[in-house]
Design a protein around this ligand. Structure first.
Ligand code: GTP
Ligand code: MG
Length: 370
């Protein structure tokens, strides 16, 4: 059910909260300024005070933002988006760095100028692959809970000297719950005490049967440290992705997900966004969570300023009026007033949820979950 605090209702009508409370008392309801009332009561009060009420529902405001499907003939192949997961210290970051570094050194223009949460590489086959620096399992779960499906393939890193550990198992469960295919990277095979066979056996206990054991899960033995088999890993990712036949329509207003966002001293709010459908352009008006802005600049993963970003491209977006949150979904809207409508509504929802939570209102559970 929709609720509103007395303070917020009074603010929106430009009335005094005490007058709202008086009216409620007349109806036999005792209330404090921080208490919440339901939408029907709020409407009665507002009308009593001579205001006309236009109730806007979530359905009205969010309408058309994300639910417009693409015709199959408009779909074109897009690169896979890969998330690296695994137990602490098993070498996720090292592996990502090694892949990126090898790739940049292998002759791409530009260098590694800055860290962004996602980047794209070109495999030896010529196919592009987008990697997301794992935002941690909690963030992965949060994104999934918010309906943001960003990843097409999970690369599970298991250190060959340490084997399957609690967070390895968690990662397997995440991938299964999200119905995302898994590729196993058995890392640290350079170590004298590496036991890749043991890793394969341990994985069996968690219903992951690798190819060399007659199963369907592709696996590669790698060493991030010695840069062993990195190309092979990219090939295997390419193979897995081909099976998925990933497609998106690049010729439509962009949709995507905020991977991370921060307030930069010099540049203002900066959001790293993974574009998932359509093409994001400089000048577009975007909304993400309760924030909106006009795209002032797009910066690629190599630090270059670009004009557009298509499906599966990770990009820094400058121009937001506020800092959105990781996991927020981004959409392009037609104009500023639409952007304001959407974000005002969402900001209000957010405030009201917080207020409901703060006042410990009974029955607010449903609110918090929505
Ligand atoms: P968290 O982010 O803390 O979960 O760790 P991580 O999985 O990102 O591991 P990270 O890349 O930080 O590596 C952990 C340690 O393992 C570091 O000391 C690395 O140098 C080492 N390491 C990573 N890959 C290899 C490898 O292939 N061989 C060897 N010998 N050491 C490795
Ligand atoms: Mg790490």
């Amino acid at each position: 059910p929709e609720v509103i605090t007395i303070q917020e209702l009074a603010n929106r009508m430009a009335e005094r909260a005490v007058d709202v409370i008086k009216l409620l008392m007349k109806q036999g309801q005792m209330a404090k300024i921080t208490d919440t009332i339901d939408a029907d009561t709020a409407q009665l009060i507002a009308e009593e005070l001579g205001h006309t009420v236009k109730r806007v529902s979530e359905a009205d405001v969010e309408e058309g933002l994300f639910d417009v499907a693409d015709a199959s003939e408009d779909l074109e192949p897009r690169p896979p988006v890969v998330t690296i997961m695994g137990h602490v210290d098993h070498g996720k970051t090292s592996l990502l760095d090694a892949i990126r570094h090898a790739n940049v050194v292998a002759g791409e223009a530009g260098g590694i100028t800055q860290h962004i949460g996602a980047y794209q590489v070109t495999a030896p086959s010529g196919a592009k692959i987008t990697f997301i620096d794992t935002p941690g399992h909690a963030a992965f779960t949060a994104m999934r809970a918010r309906g943001a499906k960003v990843t097409d393939v999970v690369v599970l890193v298991v250190a060959a000297d340490d084997g399957v550990m609690p967070q390895t198992v968690e990662a397997i469960q995440h991938a299964k719950a999200a119905k995302v295919p898994l590729i196993v990277a058995i890392n640290k095979i350079d170590k004298p005490d590496a036991k890749p066979e043991r890793v394969r056996t341990e994985l069996l206990q968690h219903e992951v049967q690798v190819e060399t054991f007659g199963g369907e899960t592709l696996e590669v033995e790698v060493s991030a440290k010695q840069k062993t088999n990195l190309d092979k890993l990219l090939d295997v990712i390419g193979l897995q992705s081909e099976i998925l036949e990933l497609k998106a329509n690049p010729n439509r207003p962009a949709e995507g997900t905020v991977i991370e966002a921060k307030l930069d001293r010099g540049r203002g709010p900066v959001a790293t966004v993974l574009v998932q459908r359509g093409t994001l352009k400089v000048g577009d008006i975007v909304v993400a969570g309760a924030e909106w802005g006009r795209v002032r600049a797009l910066v690629s993963d190599t630090g270059k300023t670009i004009d557009t970003a298509g499906p599966s491209v990770p990009v820094e977006v400058l121009g937001f009026n506020g800092t959105p949150e990781a996991g927020d979904r981004l959409a392009v809207v037609e104009n500023e007033s639409r952007a304001r409508e959407v974000t005002d509504y969402r900001a209000r929802q957010k405030r009201e949820k917080q207020a409901a939570r703060a006042s410990g209102m009974r029955g607010s559970l449903e609110q918090m979950m929505s």
